[in-house]
Write a protein that binds this ligand. Structure first.
Ligand SMILES: Nc1ncnc2c1ncn2[C@@H]1O[C@H](COP(=O)(O)OP(=O)(O)O)[C@@H](O)[C@H]1O
Ligand SMILES: O=C(O)[C@H]1O[C@H](OP(=O)(O)O)[C@H](O)[C@@H](O)[C@@H]1O
Ligand SMILES: [Mg+2]
Length: 379
């Protein structure tokens, strides 16, 4: 097929945990998120005569043992796998390059993917696939230096918007940057720079945390749709609650820098309580709420990692509390595991384009990026 086995490109992107402030990233808020080593997606690009998007043998199943197998599968995992995500990022990447006069060489490729990120559990399985694919495209076309690191999360998000998935930027920032990142999506930044302000933080500031999840796929687009509509309609309660959620990340940045873990626990709980008031129990789902309650029954702080399916728990009282948490999760049938954080994946070249680490936001010039290529046509 004209492909040279030695010239394949492969990239991996990890799951992410929204630690504080989510989902205010969807609403000009702030978040602190980190990249989670426990799970990842990988995408492989091989040069080929035709451009092929290869379906995953399990995630894009189209052949079934029986009609009941088909129905069962759709009920548990929905209609879609990763093929549409790969197609969408190819389209978004191509349009971005042509809009910004970035010339792409000739030649085709085959894209394939694999993932062990539990599907649709608020661990950002979707954007991990898109992020890894974008990295493959940047390398295949050798245009990494022409697509700024701060713009890449917007490209990944645009691919999902293209599919009608309601999603925010925090997942994509955590996956493009790696490590622990404080993110400010205030309208002022978004309007002036075309992206948020992303400040990497030292991952050693994080205490030990636990991840809890259940086989319980939920669609982030569906979860977000009613709150999104109310926010767009100017609903006072949603707007003011979302501001409170954004402030959780602001206060959390201070708490982490001061290693004030009692405050961190308080903020995590407050974050989930605000989400619950806005979205309501029906939308959040009883299993998701039960995960939170099981963690809280042993005194651990807990909140969703994303829009539902997995939670992050903090046993701030130490190892005895961790044991209680493990026992409680086992009894409830939930999987629990220690969180492992991925360090920053940025290269030295990428780091040069970032604001000085730890600089107060007020000291960072808005004008730093005004020369960035136009992205408006994609939004
Ligand atoms: N593990 C996966 N394997 C294949 N496709 C996935 C996976 N997870 C998500 N997707 C795709 O991404 C879409 C959106 O997923 P989303 O609801 O955002 O879940 P997540 O929280 O995992 O990102 C799904 O409808 C599906 O097309
Ligand atoms: O609701 C949230 O916290 C997040 O929901 C989406 O993430 P997902 O992993 O798909 O649940 C969304 O993409 C994020 O921006 C939200 O913060
Ligand atoms: Mg997603």
């Amino acid at each position: 097929m004209g492909s040279d086995e030695s010239s394949f490109i492969e990239h991996r992107a990890h799951a992410r945990v929204g630690l504080l402030g989510n989902p205010s990233d969807v609403y000009f808020g702030r978040t602190i998120s980190f990249s989670l080593r426990n799970f990842s997606a990988s995408v492989r690009l091989e040069p080929s005569d035709e451009l092929v998007i290869r379906p995953h043998p399990h995630h894009d199943l189209v052949s079934f043992a029986s009609i009941s197998h088909l129905v069962n599968r759709l009920e548990n995992e929905g209609y879609y796998g990763g093929v549409r995500l790969l197609m969408a990022i190819c389209k978004v990447f191509y349009k971005y390059c042509s809009d910004n006069e970035i010339k792409l060489k000739d030649g085709n490729f085959t894209l394939s993917y694999d993932t062990n990120i539990p599907r649709q559990t608020g661990l950002s399985g979707s954007s991990a696939i898109v992020c890894a694919a974008l990295n493959c495209l940047l390398d295949f076309y050798q245009v990494r230096h022409l697509v700024k690191v701060e713009i890449r999360p917007d490209l990944i998000l645009s691919a999902e918007k293209e599919l009608g998935i309601v999603a925010g930027l925090q997942d994509r920032v955590a996956q493009v940057y790696g490590g622990l990142v404080y993110m400010d999506f205030s309208k002022e930044y978004m309007d002036k720079m075309g992206h948020g302000m992303y400040i990497p933080m030292d991952t050693s500031l994080l205490p030990s945390l636990h991840l809890i999840y259940a086989e319980n796929p939920s669609d982030s687009g569906k979860v977000h749709s009613s709150v999104r509509k109310r926010w767009l309609d100017g609903d006072e309660f949603i707007i003011s609650s979302m501001e409170k959620v954004a402030n959780v990340a602001l206060d959390g940045q201070k708490a982490l820098l001061e290693k004030d873990y009692t405050k961190l626990a308080e903020l995590m709980n407050h974050n989930f309580d605000l989400r619950r008031q806005m979205f309501g129990d029906d939308v959040l789902g009883s299993l998701n709420i039960k995960m939170i309650e099981v963690a809280r029954s042993v005194g651990a702080a807990s909140k969703f990692t994303g829009s539902g399916g997995a939670i992050v728990a903090f046993c701030h009282e130490g190892p005895d509390q961790v044991k209680l948490l493990e026992d409680a999760c086992q009894e409830a049938g939930f999987i629990v595991q220690p969180v492992e954080v991925v360090p920053s994946v940025l290269t030295d070249e990428d780091l040069k384009t970032l604001p000085e680490l730890g600089a107060p936001l007020s000291d960072i010039s808005f004008h730093r990026d005004v020369s960035a290529p136009s992205f408006s046509k994609l939004l």
